[in-house]
Design a protein around this ligand. Structure first.
Ligand SMILES: [Zn+2]
Length: 258
């Protein structure tokens, strides 16, 4: 216990966490969907903060092009062609072996989404595409679990918390998933690693507040520009005609027709 106390002494001293908050973190399970840039930064922060259990979901392997922004990985992972979730687990276990890490080397899909998040208290978006975010949104609405959207491109990013049965969902904000083929991507426009860290940090700060019981706050959409050093924040309202959180029309969780 002495080791645990000294490890988290700076969080015990922190008014917004303290020993009670630390205990709550230890009792919490977070699912991270996507273990790339955002996901590895989120997992890094949460394990260092003393989260009890992480569920990591990702289908990809580590490549050299990932290393400039995916902070859990290194050259050895590239050479060994490690699945990201297994490389992440190895690194996270080295940071703090007390956090339980469940690693799922699979695509987050309509077939497994509900099962993968079943154990989680909340879900973090570490993905890079809207179809998967809509799938997370639907799984969260069905299970009543909060999730925190995060997106990053170039030098900018955005973050929003979704509290099912309480506030607006992703579908209230974006009624229809945009056509991925028409959207810029990190491959086409690049991404500043500092922008990734800022977005992931805000997601983890919001997750920590939820874990510690701050669940009655206004739902805000934050637009970050790390190059300019600016944040724009707007309040989001629930769409009374939302197909997802109001009408429970779950288009993404339905398995594809063959
Ligand atoms: Zn909605």
């Amino acid at each position: 216990m002495a080791d645990t106390f000294s490890r988290f002494a700076r969080q015990h001293a922190l008014k917004v966490i303290g020993p009670q908050g630390q205990k709550r973190l230890l009792e919490t399970t977070v699912a991270i969907v996507g273990c790339g840039a955002l996901g590895s930064a989120q997992a890094n922060l949460l394990v260092r903060a003393g989260i009890g259990k992480l569920i990591l979901i990702d289908h990809d392997t580590v490549q050299a092009v990932d290393l400039h922004r995916q902070i859990l990985f290194d050259q050895r992972d590239v050479i060994e062609e490690m699945p990201k979730v297994l490389a992440a687990k190895r690194r996270l276990n080295a940071i703090d072996p007390q956090t339980e890490i469940l690693a799922f080397h699979t695509r987050f899909s309509p077939q497994n989404a509900l099962e993968l998040v079943a154990e989680a208290d909340l879900i973090l978006d570490g993905t890079d595409n809207f179809p998967t975010r809509f799938l997370i949104n639907e799984a969260a609405i069905i299970t009543g679990k909060p999730w925190i959207y995060g997106g990053v491109l170039s030098v900018q990013g955005s973050v929003m918390t979704v509290l099912p049965n309480q506030g607006p969902c992703l579908c209230c904000l974006v009624p229809k998933a945009p056509d991925c083929n028409k959207l810029p991507t990190c491959k086409s426009d690049g991404v500043l690693n500092a922008a990734v860290m800022w977005v992931a940090s805000l997601q983890v700060a919001k997750a920590t507040k939820l874990i510690l019981g701050h669940t009655n706050e206004q739902v805000l959409l934050h637009g970050l520009d790390v190059w300019e050093g600016t944040v724009r924040t707007i309040q989001i309202s629930k769409n009374p005609d939302c197909p997802c959180c109001v009408h429970k029309n779950f288009q993404f969780l339905q398995p594809p027709l063959h």
